[in-house]
Write a protein that binds this ligand. Sequence first.
Ligand SMILES: [Zn+2]
Length: 174
Amino acid sequence: MVDAMGQNSTGNPYAEVKLGSLPAPASISDGVWLSGDLHLHSRHSTESTNNPLPKIFAFAESMGMSFVCVTDHDNHVQGDVANNTWADPEFKSDSLVLLYGAEWTTTRGHGNTFSATPYDHQLFYDIRDQRDTLIGRVKNELGLHLSANHPSGKDHFGYSYDIINSIEVWNSAL
Ligand SMILES: [Zn+2]
């Protein structure tokens, strides 16, 4: 039934809702555990470091890492990470899995995007001032993993936590 204010008044919004079954926790002994770095900046983030990509990848290899996502600040290139970090001829490695991503750098805080394949980051940058519901929908359509960055620090993620896949719990400068 819809009341005079256009609200549906038939359901009790406080009624108990049964949750579906949760996925099984990951096994500690099955499969292979990999280590990597999911938040770092290269010379394409102009204010962060001036490290060229080969130096970063060589250090990651020396630390025994298996994967790296170079998360340069997208606002330094107006969202065009595809023609900067990803197009860098040195964005390659024989031993590391390189993920595609960026640090989504907005006036409402920072989040990291991760993808196994290139995606339309320009679109994700361009919608940063839209409503959370739209951002979440586009994120899903792009197949992105979105992580809330440094939630207890400066420039913490200021969007709804309903649209994220993970939360950064620790970071540090080396
Ligand atoms: Zn940040």
